[in-house]
Design a protein around this ligand. Structure first.
Ligand code: FES
Length: 101
């Protein structure tokens, strides 16, 4: 199992950030005091979700507008139908650890 650590204080509320976990790109999103991590590549095509917009626990792909639930990875609106892979997030004070499930 691979994991990566970052500082909670380095995450901007509502602004997604891309990071690498092994050979995968992960989109990390802070919403208030919570942190979520999903695969960075949209399941519809090859777009980076960390360049998308977050609202209300959803992230919207900038390319064709598909929305995904950051908590479950579920594809909520077309054109995406396939869920995103999600990653485990553990927070200990300012240290956030993201790991594959
Ligand atoms: S690439 Fe994301 S909606 Fe098309």
């Amino acid at each position: 199992m691979s994991s990566v650590q970052l500082d909670f204080s380095s995450l901007e509320d509502g602004k997604p950030q891309k990071l690498s976990l092994g050979d995968k790109d992960v989109c990390v999103a802070r919403i208030g005091q919570e942190v979520f991590a999903v695969a960075d590549i949209c399941t519809h095509s090859d777009a980076s979700l960390s360049e998308g917009e977050i609202s209300n626990y959803k992230i919207e792909c900038w390319l064709h507008g598909a929305e995904f639930d950051l908590r479950t990875g579920e594809a909520l609106t077309p054109p995406a139908v396939e869920a995103l892979e999600t990653f485990a997030v553990n927070r200990d004070g300012d240290t956030v650890t993201i790991s594959s499930k």
